[in-house]
Design a protein around this ligand. Sequence first.
Ligand code: NAI
Length: 512
Amino acid sequence: MSFTVEGSHVQETEDLISSSFASHGTSVEKDATTGKYTVKPYTREFIFQTEKKIPKVGVMLVGLGGNNGSSFAGMIIANKLKIKWNTKQKEMQANFIGSLTQATSIRLGKCGDEEVYIPFKEILPMVEPTDLVVSGWDINSMPLGDAMRRAQVFDYDLQQQLYPHMQKIVPLPSVFDPSYVAANQGDRANNVLALPKKEDQVNKLRQDMREFKEKNGLEKVIVLWTANTERFSVEQDGVHDTAKNLMEAIRRNESEISPSTLFAIACILEGNPFINGSPQNALVPGVVELAQIHKTFITGADFKTGQTKIKSVLTDFLVSSGLKPRSIVSYNHLGNNDGKNLSAAQVFESKERSKKHVVDDIFDGNPALYEPGEQPDHCIVIKYVPYVQDSKRAMDEYISEICMGGVNTIVLHNTCEDTLLAIPVMLDLVVLTELLTRIHMGEKTNGGEPEMHNFHPLIGCILGFLLKAPQFPKGVPTVNSLFKQRLCLENLFRACRGMNTRTCMGLNKMFN
Ligand code: NAI
């Protein structure tokens, strides 16, 4: 590691970084008669312990043969082999641009007159992306070399170089339920588990994970759903509500349990973290309870990549400047298989939900601008236009009220290769999820050593920067604002390392 931290609050051994951290918060009380609030600042002392040894990590992608799946595998291989290729303009080199962990920095502080920054990935020991072993499932049997060509994401010259390496990877047969995706996906399904019972399907997925782990000598496996968006499961009491009911429902082969929920359950039972990169409600309450019982991380939903990332920044800017958005309209058209699947109404609804809620908390937390429950009009449209392939077009219009009856209209047009924004985000989710499995925390109380705990299984509250609709533990308020989400990650890791968190007050520069 490129730096050490000094101080009595932090100890580093060969295996462990231990730090204590004072968290300053405020509690608020309301006087029942006057309605007046009283704010009481408090301090809580936490201990963090981070295991330093980076395990050998395997990633299993559900949807390995899709645009994201094949391109993710290609990105890892191209970086491992340091592949260079020619485009029309120039020679390119494999990279991880767009990844928070691999392509952004963290400020350490001032060294004389010099501002010192380190790469984000050096704040704590993180797995090297090129050390990841990649495998997974797909309902389509196409080997990954051909799948990469079908995706049309990488430049031709890069495809040619990757092909022999990727063609060796063949997706495992998967669980498929056609009622959960668009009917137009049926012709892809030639690699489906011939197991009619859901209980057998879960057991087979568990066996696949164990075999992958053993065959590759892995210490940890992380599973990431990057398969088709599914429609929402209709959550029912007695089926989805508790861990026990869900497991019983699987035994009686209940139909309203989605493939993504079955994957989540198989992962939890194997102790492998499960990340849901699509918008559907895979993590129903019974799954969350099961994850709590087995102390396994689950997170979702939906990668936060282009349009939604911009939305969470732009809306935050407008509202925190005191401007009042009244209408937000987002159009997309795209021509890849994801777009084709989203052309079915029920599937589109899943995407619409995750895209819509991304700004709710920004309005809810601003009583100076919005009445309780008041929200701007918010409309999402997605159309399938095959010609544009993976080059997604996003057009957004934000109309806000400004001072004294004025109107501010902002219109954006964004053209971008959808998949090439998503794969670095997938990488970050894997790298950070793995790191979080090695961090334990406890609260210092007056007597004795604190009891150490893992984080709550719903780590979306930490990884919200990477997710459109991060699922938070009950009672923890949702935060969608992008830079708050980034600061949350950075400050958590700074605290684990024994560094002060960033307040951005710049106090040391304020004296005359
Ligand atoms: P894709 O359609 O190219 O790939 C999905 C793959 O999943 C296909 O190969 C399909 O055969 C496979 N599949 C379908 N059902 C399966 C099952 N039950 N088990 C295993 N495999 C199955 O889609 P793409 O572009 O790779 O996107 C994947 C997911 O990521 C979609 O849900 C999309 O909404 C989500 N996403 C993508 C973003 C992006 O920028 N590319 C951003 C946010 C989310």
